[in-house]
Design a protein around this ligand. Sequence first.
Ligand SMILES: [Zn+2]
Length: 401
Amino acid sequence: MFVLLFVAVAAGWFLGRGGRVLTMSSLWQSSDTLPSQYYRGLNFLLDGSQDGAIDAFTKALEVNSETFDTHIALGNVLRRRGEVERAIRIHQNLLARPSLPTSQLHLAHLELARDYISAGLLDRAERLLLDLVAESGHHQRIARRHLLEIYEAQSDWSAAKRVAGEILPRRSLLRSNGPDPNEVGQPIPLLLAHYCCEQAAIALHSGDLTEARTQLDQALKYDRSCTRATLMSGELELKAGNPARAVKTLQLLKEQAPDFVSESADLLRQALIQLNHRSALRSYLMDCYVAKASTPLLIALAEEIRAVEGSEQAKDFLRKHLVDKPSLGGLALLMALHGTNEAGEDEPLQIEIVNRLVEANSTYQCNHCGFRGQHLHWYCPGCKHWGTVRDLGAIGDVTRE
Ligand SMILES: [Zn+2]
């Protein structure tokens, strides 16, 4: 990479001297005019000191519209290497040259904002990006995407919704399910639905059910397939004292997102107990399991059977189904259901080992970056994508669940 960088800087320097065609003879003839910083850079490079080489080349390379791309490339390489302060210096140096064309100044502006985001200086990045949105038609869209990144990091959902709304094409308000083929990143309606869910979660937490309902309805308008909004709507109806509506809402998941049915089991249980109709839970979960067998559903069913009919029935159920659908999670539950009274003295150790294996094999995984964890995250901590984390057991990955 640094050899390439060296060539790029050398080429940039020659171009910067007047845009002459780079030939061996011109290289030779020009060598007596090379600045001392250039030789110092070469020395640093030969001595293996990449940091010194970069500093020397940066000083040697005059800033003008021809060498601009080389400076930008150098700054970006430094940022990717985690040397954000030096990237900032390079990009600030470009911005200090008002003689550069406006389009290049705007690009330097954008790169500096990216440096600030990498450095965690979000307020500074936000100011730069807001200026870019106001001044640069060309970089407006990408600047708004970076603003979303900042508002997500700050949990400023109102600001995120405002900016996402500016990106959303007008007609998409009516037809929210078709992603824009020109758009980079996740579809804006999907993001907006999650921002509404975040606001609904805050409202639910503070007991403002009216606001929560408004936000969840809005989320489903943006993205009809938003599983999170459906789950939260079920929770809301339960809190609002409408168990029948909670059941109706949560059972939409059977068609909408079969992989998430097990996530609704606890809420469904609470609602059906209130309706004195608990037996419906087992038959509903069984219907879903027959439609698509998965470990989380198997465990939800076994736990329901244990609670209603007792451990023996739950063990029988697990023994029967684990043969068809073997899984560590199911085995751990089966072993836990065996009381120590009837077990050999090694049994507690076996339960401990299996439980540790289950813990070590994290249950949830992001289908975008591969992040793994024990909990369902709607916002992946690894790649900052929304709604990409799945239960490995639910998607049938028997080898890893
Ligand atoms: Zn991820």
